[in-house]
Design a protein around this ligand. Structure first.
Ligand SMILES: C[S@@+](CC[C@H](N)C(=O)[O-])C[C@H]1O[C@@H](n2cnc3c(N)ncnc32)[C@H](O)[C@@H]1O
Length: 295
């Protein structure tokens, strides 16, 4: 539980600055399983280097829009670079050598952010541009309708955690079942033509760099009403793939706390911050109820 959880909006910024100063001499353990109000650039400066296993951030997309809950930045290259270069450098410093980072946005700024990521992490540390496909209402008449987000996935070194088996597609494809299912039924195994080894069970196919998933429906029980809240299933997939139980997962643009709730439920430690006090209020109530429900 954080100090800011029960403060009124007027007092939150003062309290959160004091809270940051108080925390500045502490080690990562003292930050664990908390969500605090603050500008992520300032928050990152207080955290110890090489201490986080996984960073996921659903960043400002550069729509220039004034959402109910926050103001987005404009899609201008100089603005985007001035905002993201110091923050991405901060995140790089905070990651452990085995750590990875996922930054989510869309096509407005992903090309600029990718260049920054290449400069900070290294071109060879780029692992994937994950494409999350969805089909929401509203279609363009003058071009193909944009219905996907990009999630840039980089690691700090080549030693990064990646748990392929945890995100393998659940069911084997129809063609695999058709080809090998009968043999397994009959003999208990089939011989893999490449490895010449016996295979005893049909596995689902490996995860691809694109996937379809619905956006969070308005009436869904997960929906907190916070603008641009992401589905928990998206975070569960990322957290399972790129961290292990007991690891530290951080989100520096945490909004309603989707990442933190998912991390907690998957038995990871978490840390989050957001500049908007309302976001942290919602996050804290989500974390509290998920702590309660996982006890
Ligand atoms: C796209 S939303 C995140 C939504 C979140 N993924 C969720 O599921 O609710 C981006 C968030 O970044 C926050 N934000 C913007 N600038 C920030 C800054 N400098 N420091 C910390 N948070 C910031 C906004 O207040 C907003 O809540």
């Amino acid at each position: 539980m954080t100090v800011v959880a029960f403060a009124t909006a007027e007092h939150i910024s003062t309290i959160s600055i004091c809270f940051l100063l108080f925390l500045s001499n502490l080690c990562m353990n003292d930050w664990l399983n908390k969500a605090i109000v603050g500008d992520n650039l300032e928050v990152m400066k207080q955290l110890p280097s090489n201490s986080i296993d996984l960073i996921y951030c659903d960043i400002l997309y550069g729509t220039g829009r004034n959402f109910r809950d926050y103001q987005d930045i404009k899609p201008k290259r100089d603005i985007v670079e001035a905002f993201y270069i110091p923050r991405i450098k901060g995140m790089h410093q905070l990651l452990k050598d085995t750590g990875s980072i996922y930054l989510q946005m869309d096509t407005r700024i992903n090309h600029w952010v990718r260049c920054i990521m290449d400069d900070v992490f290294g071109y060879d540390r780029f692992l994937n541009e994950l494409i999350w496909c969805y089909n929401t209402q509203g279609y363009s008449k003058s071009k193909y309708s944009s219905k996907h987000d990009s999630i840039l996935f980089y690691s700090k070194t080549k030693k990064h955690t990646f748990n392929l088996e945890t995100i393998r597609n659940k069911n084997p494809s129809e063609s695999t079942v058709k080809r090998f299912g009968k043999e397994i039924e009959k003999n208990g195994f089939f011989i893999d033509t490449k490895s010449k080894k016996k295979v005893y069970e049909l596995k689902g196919s490996p995860p691809l760099d694109w996937f379809e998933m619905s956006v969070l429906p308005y009436a869904h029980k997960e929906n907190t009403g916070y603008d641009t809240q992401k589905p928990k299933a998206l975070l569960q997939r990322i957290i399972k793939a790129s961290s292990n139980k007991g690891d530290i997962v951080a989100d520096f643009f945490c909004g309603s706390g989707t990442t933190l709730e998912a991390a907690n439920e998957l038995e990871r430690n978490f840390f989050g911050c957001d500049i908007n006090p309302k976001a942290i209020e919602i996050t804290n109530s989500r974390i509290k109820s998920s702590l309660f429900s996982t006890v």
